[in-house]
Design a protein around this ligand. Sequence first.
Ligand SMILES: NC(=O)c1ccc[n+]([C@@H]2O[C@H](COP(=O)([O-])OP(=O)(O)OC[C@H]3O[C@@H](n4cnc5c(N)ncnc54)[C@H](O)[C@@H]3O)[C@@H](O)[C@H]2O)c1
Ligand SMILES: O=C(O)C1=N[C@H](C(=O)O)CCC1
Length: 252
Amino acid sequence: MTPPLKVAVLGARGRMGAEAVKAVTAAEDMELVAALGRGEALERVLEAGATHLVDLTVPASTEANVRFAVEHGLHAVVGTTGWDEDRRAALAALLAGHPDTGVLIAPNFALGSVLASAFAARAARYFESVEIIELHHPDKVDAPSGTAVRTAQLVSAARAAAGVPAGPDATEHALDGARGADVGGVRVHSVRLRGLVAHQEVLLGGPGEQLTIRHDSYDRASFMPGVLLGLRSVAAHPGLTYGLDGYLELNA
Ligand SMILES: NC(=O)c1ccc[n+]([C@@H]2O[C@H](COP(=O)([O-])OP(=O)(O)OC[C@H]3O[C@@H](n4cnc5c(N)ncnc54)[C@H](O)[C@@H]3O)[C@@H](O)[C@H]2O)c1
Ligand SMILES: O=C(O)C1=N[C@H](C(=O)O)CCC1
């Protein structure tokens, strides 16, 4: 029988981390060997014999945590936001010196969200205008969401590859922020509202029609199949994978 994956969860007392602790504990092919909160020494992960690390912390901590994992030969599955292009490039350079180690950075672990972003990218070349509205709980510390940034990047790349220009916009007078953030030429609008968990709409507009691609996470349980899939797959994918779509055959 294959021995269970030895998993450490960082951010274990947070909203996502607590859910991940439950999911890993319930998985028959995994053993939770460490569950660390803020201020607890990372060395405990090594003492516990972890082979896999899940990072669900905060943008300020995640880079150091993941670098520690890679430097000690642990595979890492990362859901924390804040992994911009510079951080990902630095991590990829570190991984080049650790060719057997895998890291997955997944802006969103919900399979429906990953599909929604992929569908939006496929549709984007056919519409004049594309804008994104992301809606989250008001305790979220970053905006726009990592998912919205990733979706905008996919949409932007698909439009560029198809030679589609940025959408028309005659705005000459606007209050700061009224048109949202510009992510690769795609406008992203962030809503923070009590009662929400994680939601996103991609609005695609053409003459006389609109296509809306919406995904809703009503519960953090929605993210757990993706976390477990990441843990089961990461060792077979050395180097850096950005987006859970890297482990899925979306074009099959
Ligand atoms: N990829 C996804 O599918 C997905 C889904 C939900 C949330 N997220 C992201 O995951 C992150 C966590 O979200 P959350 O809602 O659970 O936040 P949260 O604030 O509830 O939890 C973060 C926890 O990490 C702890 N922490 C901070 N630094 C730490 C460190 N160095 N070591 C260990 N613990 C540390 C904090 O004390 C806190 O308990 C955010 O960046 C969020 O955007 C990603
Ligand atoms: O609740 C959060 O925080 C979430 N963060 C991720 C993001 O920024 O996209 C994923 C969705 C939930």
